[in-house]
Design a protein around this ligand. Sequence first.
Ligand code: PGA
Length: 245
Amino acid sequence: MFLEKGAIMEKIIIANLKMNLTFDEIKKYKNEIEKYEMRNFILAPSTLYLSYLKSDKYELCSQNGYYVDSGAFTGETSFKQLKDIVNYSLIGHSERRNNFNESYEIVSKKIDSCIENKIIPILCVGENEIEKEENLQYDKVSKEIVSALKNKNVDKIIIAYEPIWAMGTGNIPKYEDIENMCNYIKNIVKKYTKNYKIIYGGSVNNKNIIDICKVDGIDGVLIGGASNDPKNIIDMYNTVKKYVK
Ligand code: PGA
């Protein structure tokens, strides 16, 4: 599904379910979305549900993974174990960086392990409220990308620009700010690979998804809260397919 050069651009829609939904709710979720052929739709559920959700109608993404292949790491799931089930993994999501102390070094090791196991990393980057007020968003994003990718043989990668202040708040940046950040990211990431996509995440919903997907350079969206309801995600998916070319 990673589009080849010259292919008609289609937006990527990623649903990050975070630590939500019970098994009963996941069963209903699967039933709903399997009614559609969801091309370019990537689902990131809790690790617990990944095997159950395997399907040829959409793709799977892990929300996390561990960079050591195997061993005495109780509670962890390695990228080596995940690789038969997922094609993608979120790496460096701000909730992991902030709540689980994931350092730049750990993020870099996770990227290495994804590359080794042929999992496409979705590297999450973005500034917090204070960094935004101090106009440090470009410095922050640059540091997050360079520290994760330097000296690596990156094949394919997705960079998710997720301003932390926008996540779960209902606030989103101005569209021109997203476009400027997108251009900035492009100029950094292209030094590491030609095969990249740039997406936006942070309070994406049914009302703003079209305008965000129309921002120049944006290849898709990463949706958190608004993806918990399968009807909602199907609605957003169909709207984008219909209105954004
Ligand atoms: P949100 O989360 O859509 O709820 O703001 C986005 C994310 O965590 O990726």
